[in-house]
Design a protein around this ligand. Sequence first.
Ligand SMILES: [Zn+2]
Length: 253
Amino acid sequence: MQTIIDSHAHCGIQDNFFPQSFEDYLHQIQGSDISGVAVFSPVEEIYDRYDPFFQDNENWKKKRRQSNEYVLSLKGREIQVFPYFFIWNDFAVDQISSDFLGIKWHRHADEPEYNYDSEQCAQAIEFIRNRNMPVVLEEELSNTIRFIKELAVGARVIIPHLGALNGGYRSVKNSGLWELENVYTDTSLASRETIADYITNYGCGRIMFGSDFPFGHPKRELEKLRGMELSKEDFQSIAGQNIQDLLQEVRTR
Ligand SMILES: [Zn+2]
């Protein structure tokens, strides 16, 4: 039997701009074969993305904590949930309990920046590397390159959307990042053409099915992949095996 795992979904109950609770997710995947999902918080629950001069405060720290706790609370639900910790500028590694299996690291060019030069950042990266947790890294291109090639050498990084929001698929390709053994990607919101180009050049070992729920529809994203006439083995790698292998190597203590 095929195992289908969605490796990219946002769920939360604080931000209601989209219906994006776990129940909403379950509703959307009804009738599909999706049996597992990697879940992290919605960006809106982590920092004020609309204010480039955003200063962190107690209120946001509380929001973040509650949001990450919600994700953690989804373990043991109707389908398998792989909780990821959404890390921000306070680098609160003390909150990353061993039940978290991955890290979400997110910023767009016009949003407040991570303190890449801080000691806490270096310590957080060290923590992540020791646990061997995959990092879903959405950042502008220069920071993506810096993160992978300088700050977090050897860490396993998933550049989501085939790089669409990390400077674009081609730019990431030109930077040589897709070639690296520790760099992975997910198919969420990417076109079939881009996915096909990636597979031709880099194979099926480091690309994973993802939906980017609530921005993408899990069933539609899965249909996209099914319509690509991949071999059975390749489909299985992308649809579930790769993310399972990746998470199996996380050191939980
Ligand atoms: Zn996303």
